[in-house]
Write a protein that binds this ligand. Sequence first.
Ligand SMILES: Nc1ncnc2c1ncn2[C@@H]1O[C@H](COP(=O)(O)OP(=O)(O)OP(=O)(O)O)[C@@H](O)[C@H]1O
Ligand SMILES: [Mg+2]
Length: 235
Amino acid sequence: MGEKEIIRVEHLDKTYQTRAGPFPVLKDVSMNVLQGEFVAIMGPSGSGKSTFMNVLGCLDPPTAGLYALDGRNVGELSSDERAALRNRTIGFVFQGFNLLSRMNLLDNVALPLVYAGVTRAERRARAHEVLQRVGLADHAQSLPSEISGGEQQRVAIARALVTHPRLILADEPTGNLDSKTGAGIMTLFEELHREQITILVVTHDAGVAAHALRLVRFLDGRIVEDKRTRQEQPA
Ligand SMILES: Nc1ncnc2c1ncn2[C@@H]1O[C@H](COP(=O)(O)OP(=O)(O)OP(=O)(O)O)[C@@H](O)[C@H]1O
Ligand SMILES: [Mg+2]
């Protein structure tokens, strides 16, 4: 496995300004992730996990500290450069799917490619390919309301994969799924991990976290534990 660092976070703080005054959410967080790692992030509600994912996704700037994504210091980029780096590097999977209800699955999945300037024919081909990969090619013409919650989550993963990202950020991707459907999602992540895609997954479920190889635990805005949980399976 390459030892290239895809995420470097040093002494990162995030403080929200609220009416009651400054509200620190992330406090002196440092963490590096190598290309190809599979990391679970756990911690109580309100401990800062989603805030951290939003910073990693370049959706929200930190208040202080360094964040480098794929070797680029995100704080030094213009908003256009930041958006381009995010679009070519990261696929997002969030709880709640965010699928557009009036678009069929194929068009939902192809959407990130519209922003990437890919031709319509290639968009359709690539959307079809990733729908196939998550087992939903037969439903390409269906609307999101016509499939189950677990299938909708697989569509959201297909949409995250369509740009061929090297990093997947998933915030409770199995949160509102039954445990069997959730396990299917994690099996898909394990497959992506074998292809050297870096995966960070936030979860409340220790069973879900057990699919990862490294566990990072947040408490009150700080990382309080960071350990390897199991070894890489030989291919
Ligand atoms: N935009 C905001 N303005 C002010 N406070 C915020 C904002 N976003 C989040 N917070 C606060 O920051 C803290 C951390 O929130 P965050 O969403 O990161 O927690 P979390 O660990 O993801 O929790 P959960 O497990 O419930 O999803 C919470 O106390 C939350 O109320
Ligand atoms: Mg959260």
